[in-house]
Write a protein that binds this ligand. Structure first.
Ligand SMILES: [Zn+2]
Length: 149
């Protein structure tokens, strides 16, 4: 049985299980796995940027030199930013996400006090993230919160 390192309750679950069981409520939101980064916003940016460059070009060829350059320049900037954000999203999804997901699969959650913890090599729980206190890291005797019985 896996004990919560904070309140010592045995009402604990693997993060993955907790998420599958409670994915429609608050606990589900709490235990949700890391998600791939969306590229939808950047794709919209590409579209808007390309459109502005086109409009700038039309204004420019119509004789409006300064506004044409300004509009086209703004479009170029948007294109550049959107391209950069897509590249970053790709890098995150390809390299960082698998690591985060693997970490997430190692996590447990205490259904009594809501603390998130991982199991170390000795089989003891160790709080992670916001719950990670400075005391009681190793032995799991650290008590905190009203959830302790
Ligand atoms: Zn607990």
């Amino acid at each position: 049985m896996t004990k919560c390192p904070i309140c010592e309750s045995q009402n604990t679950q693997r993060m993955e299980m907790a998420f599958a069981t409670h994915s429609n409520n608050y606990a589900g939101a709490l235990t949700a796995p890391p998600r791939p980064r969306s590229r939808a916003g950047a794709a919209a940016g590409l579209l808007v940027g390309a459109l502005l460059v086109l409009v700038g070009f039309l204004v420019l060829s119509g004789g409006g030199r300064v506004p044409g350059l300004m509009i086209g320049g703004a479009g170029g900037l948007i294109l550049w930013a959107a391209g950069k954000s897509i590249a970053e999203a790709n890098a995150f999804n390809d390299h960082k996400l698998p690591v985060l997901l693997a970490d997430w699969k190692r996590l447990w959650v205490c259904l009594a006090c809501g603390c998130v913890f991982e199991i170390d090599a000795q089989g003891g729980g160790r709080p992670v993230g916001d719950n990670a206190g400075t005391a009681g890291r190793e032995d799991g005797t650290h008590r905190r919160g009203a959830g302790a019985v």
